[in-house]
Design a protein around this ligand. Sequence first.
Ligand code: AMP
Ligand code: GLY
Length: 407
Amino acid sequence: MKVLLIGGGGREHALAAKMLESPMLEKLWWLPGNGALEGRAAKVSDIDPCDGPGIATFAVHQGINLVVVGPEAPLLAGVVDCLEEKGIHCFGPSRAAARLEGSKAFAKEIMVKCNVPTARYQVAETAAEAVELVAKWGAPVVIKADGLAAGKGVTVALTDQEASRAAAGIKGRAVIEEYLEGPEVSFMVLAQGRAFVPLVPSRDYKRVGEGDTGPNTGGMGAVAGFHLLSQDVQEQICQQVIEPVLNQLADMGTPFKGLLYAGLMLTAKGVQVLEFNVRFGDPETQAIMPLWEDDVLEVFAAVARGGLPGGLTWSGRKSVTVVAASGGYPGNYSTGHAIDGLEKLPAAVKLYQAGTKIEGQKLVTAGGRVLAVSSVADEVEAARQQGYAALSNIDFTGMHYRRDIGK
Ligand code: AMP
Ligand code: GLY
């Protein structure tokens, strides 16, 4: 099979590495890719990942049979719609179904329509309206920019002052939401219309600082394993969240195909949905791929062609992923710093590159989240220790990471 993977982060490196294990893979193109997999994937750097017609022309020319879309932006730009018009199978939803991630207000409307448990909310059309609403609600309150924001459009305001500052800074529409408390879980399923198959549960560590402090990031680490959710709660999530939303989208004539991600909070009053994503989580994917025992290329191809596997095979072990970021991230940071020590990584851990590129012969930093180390063991603590020991071999100027992932 000739496959094109779109995206250039750690999630895509993890997807690519797993697809490269498949005997069905003939050639892998990676648009735009990053510094990883030199010589194993053909990097495509001259097409914009959101340029549907451009990607379609390229795919037809190269005889590509399957396109796997990693990030949300190409999905919202309608890349899948463009490719499918040309008869190219895609793993990922249509633009219409992708709105579930593209607009928080739309996601809330859908949830209300089908009674999915989620925080109470109001929509503000302008910053002024947002300021008024948060003043009425009072802290603690959550302020969310309506559109895509790479995980950084959400402020959990614990004081009135913080709430009013965040609301005043909103550009365009915002969702003002009730503050909820509890552990978070990422629940991903492969979906085809109304049918779906769950993946192993995972958890993302979104705050930059240890003990969940500081601003939100794209994700500083993850754990994965069935220990995160009891069988009962998994079933509850399937029945109360996944099924109704998939049915609602199908009823609206915009059935979902690909990967649906529910960001959940396990509160005292039960499971509540914080957000939906319409693609694999980053960095959750870096944690789940080492536990996934199927030929994922076969699975993605089946979903892209309109099918769905009957079940998936998982290792019963646990996985811990620690992200190393550039100094200053999620604020301003500098790039172009040499990454040292990768040759010292033990074979037992997986290295997933994110913001990296090759400059001359050297691998250098090129983004906020630079790389991740994923480690698998029977218990989370053992995976943690193995992962952190491996990560201590790596160094680049400004490198920082959380030391409490999996704790
Ligand atoms: P979201 O992008 O909507 O998942 O929000 C990003 C992060 O903000 C979540 O992972 C939570 O940690 C936090 N968050 C979002 N919504 C709420 C809420 N209603 N109450 C408390 N924290 C929230
Ligand atoms: N890890 C959260 C996300 O991918 O949006």
